[in-house]
Structure formats: structure tokens, C-alpha cells
Design a protein around this ligand. Sequence first.
Ligand SMILES: [Zn+2]
Length: 134
Amino acid sequence: MSAEPEPTDLPLADDPIQSEPLPPEEEESPPAQPAPEPAQPGEEQPLPPAPEPPPAPDLPTNPLVFEPATFYAIENVCLTQDMGGGQPCPHLNKVYTEPLVYSNAGQPVIQCWPCGKRRVFLSATKLDPQPELS
Ligand SMILES: [Zn+2]
């Protein structure tokens, strides 16, 4: 009598029904919320990579007169078309308003950076009231 049990099932080397560990059920990510549009309606103009300098503003026909030792808000512009090497100042023809400029002896100076030239004043408004100096 043989007590040896006959193997009925051969061990399968490759179980076709391998139960792979299922990846954790991924929750479907909610649809990305639309980013708030920074652009204002009607002004959706993408900036060109190399913007042309704006046209030169109208310069005042008469030089501005400043009272000495007085604070002004001064609208100014850089007109440096060549900082060297034919490179215009990046602020060329861009009008800025400097809100607090001391007139010193009546000759306020705003120096442009990086061209290092004096900015041309377009208009000046005497601050009223004058800021308190502490
Ligand atoms: Zn400049």
C-alpha cells in the first residue's frame, strides 16, 4: 500500500490569475479650478518679447519752475536712446510719476537708472500739504 499521495495539482509556475496588489483607488482629482483671470477685460494684450519703446511724450514747451526747498510730484521721462552700444535705456520714453521729489534749491534732479542720465520733467505738482519732515 502506498501512502504516498499522488500529486494532483502541479504547482503552477505562472499563475495566470496573479492577484496583483491593486493600486489604491485613486480618487479622481477634481477638475482644476480655472485660475482667476488677471487680465482685465478689454486689455488682453500679451506683451511682445521685445517691446518697442513708446513714442516720445510731448515735452513741456517751457521749462518747469520749482520753488526751492519744496516737495513736488514730478512726472518724468527718460529720453536716453543710446546708453552705449546702441542700447536704449529700458525706460526710454516711459513716463513715470515720482510722488515725492525735493526741489533742493529749485533744481530737483531725478536720475534714471540704469542709463544714469537725468530724467526729463514733463510736469510737476507742488504737494499740498507739504509732507512733514521728521
Ligand atoms: Zn534712462
